[in-house]
Design a binder for this molecule. Sequence first.
Ligand code: SAM
Length: 416
Amino acid sequence: MSAVGSPGEALDWTDRLLEVDVGPVAHGGHCVARHEGRVVFVRHALPGERVRVVVTEDNGGSFCRADAVGVLEASPDRVEPACAWAGPGGCGGCDWQHATPAAQRRLKAAVVAEQLARLAGIEREVTVEELPGGPLDWRTRMRMAVTDDGRPGLRVHRSHEVLPVGDCPIAAPGALLPVLERAWTPTAEVEVVRDAEGEVHAAELFEGARHPEIGSDTAHERAAGRTWALPPAAFWQVHPHAADAVVDAVVEGVGDLAPGACAWDLYGGAGLIAAPLAERVGPEGRVVLVESDPDATAAAGACLADLPAVQVVRSRVEKVLGDGGKRSSTRGGSSLPGPPDVIVADPPRKGLGRGLAGQLAEQGAARIVLVACDPAALARDVAALAEHGYRLDALRAFDAFPMTHHVECVATLLAA
Ligand SMILES: C[S@@+](CC[C@H](N)C(=O)[O-])C[C@H]1O[C@@H](n2cnc3c(N)ncnc32)[C@H](O)[C@@H]1O
């Protein structure tokens, strides 16, 4: 099966069958094995197993990617996947269908701990907390792909191939039914939302345009003791219990906010986090929500209209913190009201980055609470803030994406 190279030329291992002992979990939904001195990232295996793998990609350098196609010695954590489309060559959406839910949480905890150790130099025992509802039937938002002949499906891992799945066991009940029973524009994508009232909203994304096709233009969500009405495309947590879990952890992280205090809620979305912050600082306090998506800011303005402390700023965070913002009297230089007593930042997957982390640190807040869905980005941001004197205090992690390798973290950093 393997390609044979000429003398001196490195062999391409793609398609080669190997037997390997599986080592620790690595970030990204795979485990690390070694073969003939090279690192092999193996999907669909578990630490401690001996498996037969097929190499799916050879990067030509130090590592390969592979799929476990036979289990020679199984881990006690191994179970039969609940999904017919999971496994080697199957749907790329789930990484850990073959592990018990408890083992999945241990694997994610190990990844968070390893990223913090490697990228931030912090040794810490991490626990990933379970959310209610079990490992199936939770996903309220998903992006589907469409086959060349118009059938909705899900992509194979690291491939453009679309599997026209007949179901998705992690999707919220009923979410996919109206989507699967009709045809879509070939090669488009379909954005599916099932809101807290059970209404399904689906829009087709094609050639840069978004066409709502199913459901109304308002999704209703409930969290933090409030209700939200927001456009389906605006950000909302994917797991139905994640919003409350994140809010609780953030409220814990910001600590005792005195009435009249000032809090910044950066990347604030529709105001999920701003709402409980506003209740804490009271009407004489200030919660400045910064968000770039006009749909989300409109929803925040409308849904939080009863909270006079909330000020919604539609802008990119970089702009109000960086050179693009009008400099004002705040300590760190920004166009936002301040100085903030506390900053909450919930950036997209790539995290804050070093420059922005430095600009946040300059604001002089006593606490910075980071919400992060990528442990590597979190660890890099924690390391960047540490350069400015912020020390990691509490860290909560939630299994907000069961069966996948994703994990949601809330980290509290205290100024020196
Ligand atoms: C992970 S979501 C968090 C939303 C909100 N905190 C919540 O919990 O519902 C990140 C949000 O940041 C917004 N966003 C992305 N890039 C941004 C930027 N450069 N400046 C401001 N907001 C941004 C997105 O539109 C999205 O609403």
